[in-house]
Design a binder for this molecule. Structure first.
Ligand code: SF4
Length: 353
């Protein structure tokens, strides 16, 4: 199984916390971007038949309806089983949603982040909580049965009751999928530069525990550190990333892993528009490095990973130590993070790379 990722590097406005490779619209050379994207799509290997397509960014739905139609005309040759698109509530209307449905998109991921107006303001989001709810209902009305919400916790000023209220409002919409990430203070972002009062780590851990409890009681499967789904609605595209699967990313800054090679396009929108994609790196994966990488990515899944005999030889000691510390669970050849380790997974991964 393989997947195609399309990076649309445009947004309505930059959110305060965002370190993704994206620029506010209008962009001086959007036509140049789509011409370069078309050319890059034409260079995909003939035997690349993705079963999942994911349009992310950036904000694909920030494009106007004509540009969106152009984007989908470039993707007509694909017929994936899962076709996802990210959407920002401040940028969707019925016309765009109808176009997405008509173009084959069958999974919508709506970036809400919070339903609390102060938190939305801190994050620099372009929409209100009510607009986010309206966008979700509009997506349902347009026929999106598989619709998810992206939320955040650990936002400056957020409290446990505020988070509970966010979860209540999210659950009231009855989404199929919820991603909920701990806010990261990425270098160079407006939020980081403003040096806000960060939440205590112990409070963030309480929040994470609350999220896990509430969403599992509500019938969601906690299948990846930050991802919850109704049974059968796990994101197949992201599961590819977490299981060492093959994918090709197009657009500036997109990453790929295909036939033992890994590469990334340079994060250079001007260069992409002018000359097409250039590679920031291009490497053949050393089998052991690849196995370790697959292990660490796989451990993000709560189901864990089957470890090969070779890797047991190199990492068996580390596994046993982490097990003694209560951070890893070993069942035969399979290892998985303990419940205790889910919130501190990066520290566990650092012991295994
Ligand atoms: S909408 Fe998403 S990609 Fe765009 S600036 Fe905000 S967080 Fe970043």
């Amino acid at each position: 199984m393989s997947g195609l990722y399309i990076h649309i590097p445009f947004c309505e406005r930059k959110c305060s916390y965002c370190a993704f490779y994206s620029f506010p619209r209008p962009w001086k050379n959007e036509d140049g971007f789509f011409q370069a994207l078309e050319k890059e799509l034409q260079t995909l290997p003939a035997d690349f038949l993705p079963e999942t397509v994911f349009i992310g960014g950036g904000t694909p739905t920030a494009l106007d309806i004509q540009t969106l139609a152009k984007l989908f005309s470039l993707l007509r040759k694909f017929s994936p089983a899962e076709f996802s698109c990210e959407a920002n509530p401040g940028t969707v209307d019925r016309q765009k949603l109808d176009l997405l449905r008509k173009s084959g998109v069958n999974r919508l991921s709506i970036g809400v982040q919070s339903f609390d107006s102060r938190c939305l303001e801190t994050l620099g989001r372009i929409h209100s909580a009510e607009e986010a709810e309206a966008a979700f209902r509009l997506a349902r009305a347009a026929g999106f049965e598989n619709t998810g919400l992206d939320l955040m916790f650990g936002i400056p000023g957020q409290t446990v009751p505020k988070l509970e209220a966010d979860l209540d409002r999210a659950l009231a919409l009855n989404p199929q999928h919820i991603s909920i990430y701990n806010l990261m203070y990425e270098e160079g972002t407006l939020l980081t530069n403003l040096k806000p009062q960060k939440l205590d780590e112990s409070l963030e851990r309480d929040m994470y525990d609350l999220i896990r409890r509430r969403l599992t009681v509500a019938g969601f499967v906690h299948y990846e550190i930050s991802n919850f789904a109704r049974p059968g609605f796990e994101c197949r595209h992201n599961l590819l990333y977490w299981s060492g699967g093959e994918y090709i990313g197009v657009g500036p800054a997109a990453h790929s892993h295909w036939k033992g090679m890994r590469w990334a396009n340079t994060a250079d929108l001007d260069g992409y528009c002018a000359n097409g994609p250039r590679r920031a790196f291009d490497e053949k994966l050393d089998p052991e490095a690849k196995e370790r990488e697959t292990l660490v990515m796989g451990l993000r899944r709560l189901a864990g990973v089957d470890v090969s005999a070779g890797l047991w030889k190199t990492l068996g000691g580390n596994f046993r130590t982490l097990e003694k510390e209560g951070l890893l669970v070993i069942e035969g050849n399979r290892v998985r993070l303990s419940e205790e380790a889910l919130f501190v997974s990066d520290a566990v991964f650092a012991e295994l790379v």
